[in-house]
Write a protein that binds this ligand. Structure first.
Ligand code: TYM
Length: 334
């Protein structure tokens, strides 16, 4: 039986990138009979960069509401927020002691996020991939649905799991595997096709938020950057045309078509027709989710209750696993 674990940060607007890159796949896996699914709103990860802390609670609730609205069923899957299950942090310390400094220094996302001001970044941001490994390994998860940007972090989680197994001569931790949807592996910014679409981009025009209304979605797609050529009829024609590649990719992902089928459909056309169809499709897919999020957010007691119940279930799974790690290490328990 596959055990699925995935996490999403409550750091503001959930984007179309989050939906197409990861959430959609989580829903699909949840609906497969042979999967046991755990989904986590990773609020402890969200404090690795400075934010308006007053907003964290609401963001956590809204992220949970988004997962439910997109199709995660809290009766079927376990849905909880990280800070309610202390096993993650307890395991992270042990795993941190097995992680080499050089491994963390290789993390591309850390380098991208801190740029030239590495010395001013929080130590939490640097250690972030260790906590992410603990999230996964505290449940002995086997498969991790994520977008392509998280691939390196999952590889690190495998290295850490292997390091633990090797050190203690055991096969205690399975080596987790990233589950990445090839069609929509990385959704890029609407303003710059070489940058990832991100919740934290300073420009709201760079992304489609799941909660955007119809007019905003239409306006953002209308203004999305393009180039002055018509669309190609073959995938090779997208080379060096990041914006065209991105819009076609989004269309293919939203319409559940292959990239090749989408390219064939628009080969030789200008961007106008693609943008018009994309707008209709984006509204059709996203709007019901946005409306359901608003409905759920009008009664946050329901969401708090789901997260509390989910945390109890998550603790029941992770507690014996982390206890066994502590026993193996030799931590005295009275
Ligand atoms: P986060 O919160 O940045 O993103 C949540 C999920 O959305 C995917 N994603 C994208 N996919 C395609 N195109 C994009 N533009 C795009 N933007 C985001 C991410 O790959 C991710 O799957 N470190 C993780 C959260 C995390 C986690 C975990 C994930 C913490 N612990 C354990 C899996 C397992 C993150 O920051 O995701």
């Amino acid at each position: 039986m596959k055990r699925i674990f995935s996490g999403i940060q409550p750091t503001g607007n959930i984007t179309l990138g989050n939906y197409l890159g990861a959430i959609q796949n989580c829903v699909k896996l949840q609906n497969e009979a042979s999967c046991d699914c755990i989904f986590c709103v990773v609020d402890q990860h969200a404090i690795t960069v400075r934010r308006n802390t007053g907003a964290l609670k609401r963001s956590t609730q809204e992220t949970a509401a988004c997962l439910i609205s997109a199709g995660i069923d809290p009766k079927n899957s376990i849905l909880f927020n990280q800070s309610q299950v202390e096993e993650h942090i307890k395991l992270a310390w042990v795993l941190g002691c097995l992680t080499r400094v050089g491994w963390l220094n290789r993390m591309i996302q850390f380098k991208d996020k801190v740029g030239k001001s590495k010395d001013n970044a929080s130590a939490g941001l640097w250690c972030y991939p260790i906590l992410m490994a603990a999230d996964i390994l505290a449940y002995k998860a086997t498969h991790v649905p994520v977008g392509d940007d998280q691939k390196q972090h999952i590889e690190l989680a495998r290295d850490i799991a292997h390091s633990y197994n090797f050190e203690f001569g055991t096969e205690f931790f399975p080596l987790p595997k990233a589950e990445i949807l090839s069609k929509s592996f990385r959704i890029m910014s609407l303003c710059d096709g070489r940058k990832k679409m991100s919740k934290s981009d300073s420009s709201d025009m760079s992304r489609i938020n799941i909660t955007d209304n119809v007019d905003t979605i239409a306006y953002k797609i209308k203004k999305a950057k393009t180039d002055s050529y018509s669309l190609p009829s073959e995938a090779s024609g997208l080379t060096g045309r990041a914006e065209a590649q991105n819009l076609i990719t989004i269309y293919a992902a939203l319409s559940n078509k292959s990239l090749d089928a989408a390219i064939l459909e628009y080969g030789g056309c200008g961007f106008g027709r693609l943008k018009q169809d994309l707008t209709e499709l984006a509204i059709e897919v996203i709007r019901p989710i946005g409306l359901e999020i608003s409905r759920l957010m009008s009664n946050t007691d329901y969401i708090d209750n789901v997260l509390e119940k989910g945390s109890v279930r998550a603790r029941a799974l992770s507690k014996p696993i982390v206890r066994e790690v502590y026993d193996t290490i030799g931590f005295l328990s009275t």
